[in-house]
Design a protein around this ligand. Sequence first.
Ligand code: SAM
Ligand code: SF4
Length: 470
Amino acid sequence: MDRSLTKDAVNFIKEDRLHKLINESREDKIYLEEIFNKSLNKEPLTIEETAQLIAINSPEMLQKLFDTAQQLKKDIYGNRIVLFAPLYIGNYCINNCKYCGFKSSLTSTVRHTLTQDELISQITSLENEGHKRLILVYGEHPKYTPEFIADNVRSCYSTKVGNGAIRRVNINAAPLDIAGFKTVKDSGIGTYQIFQETYHQETYSQVHPKNTVKGDYMWRLNAMDRAFDAGIDDMGIGVLFGLYDWRFDLLSLVAHAIHLRERCGVGPHTISFPRIQPANGLDIDLPYRVSDNDFKKLVAILRLAVPYTGLIMTARENEEIRNEVIKFGVSQIDAGTKLEIGGYTKQVGSEQELKREQFQIGDTRELDQVIQWLVNQDFIPSFCTSCYRLGRTGEHFMEYAIPGFIGRFCTPNAILTFAEYLEDYAGDMTKELGYNLIDREISKIAESDKREKVIERIKFIKSGKRDLFF
Ligand code: SAM
Ligand code: SF4
């Protein structure tokens, strides 16, 4: 591994400035109205504007923030929610992150890396549930080389059972050097995700011991720049909320997004905002835990600040919180999630065993149950991967902003991939509810030409054709 940073590496987190903005911003209704309008025009916000949103404290302005987030989500992403599943490949780890159930000092953790045969059974099982999009997750270890990761990705794409197929594989693994990122990119990945955990340097060094690889703050902060230089233009960033003041880490996420836009010409593809969960051996004080109300607020603020970035809410959150927060701008969720290495072939309904898993999840529902819940709220569950497969990645992703793009592509593709799910994997009840939703959605398609095409393709799907997209 070549441990050098990019030549232009810079710490773009200006801590003093961020703290000053947090301490000095006061709610200002006139300024807020300007910001809400700017957001509704789908313009990304500056750090100062984001700090003004953080300063909201009146119920009236808070409601306005939620309403604007909801409106913006509808305008940019429509009412579809993209579904995926995490697939943990191995939990060996050389790092000692204090919050994590995989940290190297924990001898009670049961460690395992999927063998090739086990990997295939996990993929098969996920396909049999109806999944089309995976994120592969790894501890950091010399075993998990870029070649190993690339092989895993290829196995995902080449394993097919019945009508099942994995059509997009994302990665959440340790930062690599440019050559490593290239190797992984060449295997056909979608997004490469790396969370900074916290952008606050002092806290970062408290939870990531200095003598570990992850203890190197700049190696991680510079990772997305290296990924981009290696040709990866779908970059996922995130914070583990609860390590430090959420307001600081939220402003930092926006600073990171601005940095990527300025340096790479494209912002992050996704932002994740996991909150710290109970884990095996978790024994740190967490004075900065984020309350549910602050969590709702921070997701809504993110929606306004980075309009074109997908927002991922994971199954760390329980059903109740997911139900509330999904409206404020979330575009992707995982479902039917199992964290145990090999967990997808275990009996349905098995309890989590924390010594085998990274942390405790809050939403333990199976995929079909999550789908019913989405449908009951008029969200279209989507397994769409068409943009990525048609090369609409990186800066092209911005095309979502072009008026009519959602109507012409996203909604029809969500409907088609959902119809495939209903035909191949849904229970009777989900199928009935699902086709009712599809009928309602089709009747809303404005262009009659497009409407007819969607109806025709649904007929094809019912007669056995698969993988149709616009
Ligand atoms: N090991 C790689 C790394 O650290 O970059 C890959 C990511 S790790 C397997 C996935 C993510 O899980 C981490 O980036 C961290 O944000 C999150 N995580 C770790 N411990 C957690 C906990 N107790 N609760 C919630 N999320 C946690
Ligand atoms: Fe290892 Fe990642 Fe867990 Fe840190 S967060 S201990 S690097 S798996």
